[in-house]
Design a protein around this ligand. Structure first.
Ligand SMILES: O=P(O)(O)OC[C@@H](O)[C@@H](O)c1c[nH]c2ccccc12
Length: 263
C-alpha cells in the first residue's frame, strides 16, 4: 500500500465521521460560506514577478516528520503577507500533516485579499463545502486519488460554489486522465515521486510541454533555490508552491523574497 492509499483510507473514515458530527446541511452556516472568494489565478497572471509564489503552511509531512515544533499559522501569515505572496496553501489534514481546518479559518480571519488554498485530500463533495465555509478560495484535486468521473464532479461542484481548482498531477497518466475531462484552469505538477519521496524539478520540465496553453502551470514541491525558480520561469511556469524550505527557514520572509524577489 502506498502512502497515498493509506492517506485516502484514513480520509474516508474521517469524512464519514465528520458528516455524522456536523451534517452537510449545516455547512452553509459556517462563517465564510457566503463570503466572496479571491482569484488566485488572477494574482498569478497579473503578478509583477517572473513567477508567483504560493507559500505553504504545514507543520509536518509523512516524508519529513515534524518540520516545525512551534507552528503558529497566524504568525507565519504576518511574514507571508509582508513578502506579498500571491497565495497561501494551508494543510488541513490532521493525521499525516498535523493540519487543521481551524488554521484555515484563523488565517482567513486575518485577510480577505490573499487567496487561500485548502490543502487536503479531497474525495467527497462534503469537503468542498467545508473548504468554502472555513474560508478557502481554492481547492486542490489530486488526480492520482480520484476516478475520472469523480474528479469531474468535484471540479464542477467547486466551480459552482465559486471556488477555483488546482488540479495536481504526478505523471503522464494523471495528466491524460484529467485532460480527458476538460481543460483545467490550473495544473500543479508535483515534483515529488510518490514511491521514493524524492523531488526533482525535472518532472515539471518533462511534463509542461503536454499541458494546454490556456492552463496555468504551477510547479509543486522540492523548491529551495533561486536557480530552480529561474529555470521554471524560463520554461513557462506561472507559479511555484513551496512549503518545507519556507517553514524551516529562520527567516521565512527573506526566504520567499530570495526565491521570487521583492515586489
Ligand atoms: O514542502 P515542499 O517540498 O515545498 O512541497 C510543498 C507542496 O508541494 C507539498 O506539500 C504537497 C504537494 N501536493 C500535496 C498534496 C497533499 C499534501 C501536500 C502536498
Amino acid at each position: 500500500m502506498t502512502i497515498l492509499d493509506q492517506i485516502v483510507a484514513k480520509k474516508k473514515s474521517e469524512v464519514a465521521e465528520r458528516k455524522r458530527q456536523f451534517p452537510k446541511n449545516h455547512l452553509k452556516d459556517l462563517p465564510f460560506y457566503h463570503e466572496p472568494t479571491v482569484s488566485i489565478k488572477q494574482k498569478l497572471i497579473t503578478t509583477s514577478r517572473k513567477v508567483g509564489i504560493i507559500a505553504e503552511m504545514k507543520k509536518a509531512s509523512p516524508s519529513k516528520g515534524v518540520l516545525l515544533e512551534k507552528y503558529e499559522p497566524e504568525q507565519l501569515f504576518e511574514l507571508y503577507q509582508k513578502a506579498e505572496v500571491e497565495g497561501i496553501s494551508i494543510l488541513t489534514d490532521q493525521p499525516f500533516f498535523q493540519g487543521n481546518l481551524i488554521h484555515l479559518m484563523q488565517v482567513r480571519g486575518l485577510t480577505n485579499s490573499i487567496p487561500l488554498l485548502r490543502k487536503d485530500f479531497i474525495i467527497d463533495p462534503y469537503q468542498i463545502d467545508e473548504a468554502k465555509g472555513y474560508g478557502a478560495s481554492v481547492i486542490l484535486l489530486i488526480a492520482a486519488i480520484l476516478e475520472e468521473q469523480q474528479y469531474q464532479e468535484l471540479y464542477l461542484q467547486a466551480k459552482e460554489l465559486g471556488l477555483e481548482v488546482l488540479t495536481e498531477v504526478h505523471d503522464e497518466l494523471d495528466l491524460e486522465k484529467v485532460l480527458r475531462s476538460f481543460t483545467p484552469e490550473m495544473i500543479g505538477i508535483n515534483n515529488r515521486n510518490l514511491k521514493t519521496f524524492q523531488t526533482s524539478i525535472d518532472q515539471t520540465v518533462k511534463m509542461i510541454a503536454n499541458i494546454p496553453k490556456d492552463t496555468i502551470v504551477i510547479s509543486e514541491s522540492g523548491i529551495h533555490r533561486k536557480e530552480q525558480v529561474d529555470q521554471l520561469a524560463e520554461i513557462g511556469v506561472r507559479g511555484i508552491l513551496v512549503g518545507e524550505s519556507i517553514v524551516r527557514s529562520k527567516n521565512p520572509q527573506e526566504m520567499i523574497e530570495g526565491l521570487v524577489g521583492k515586489k
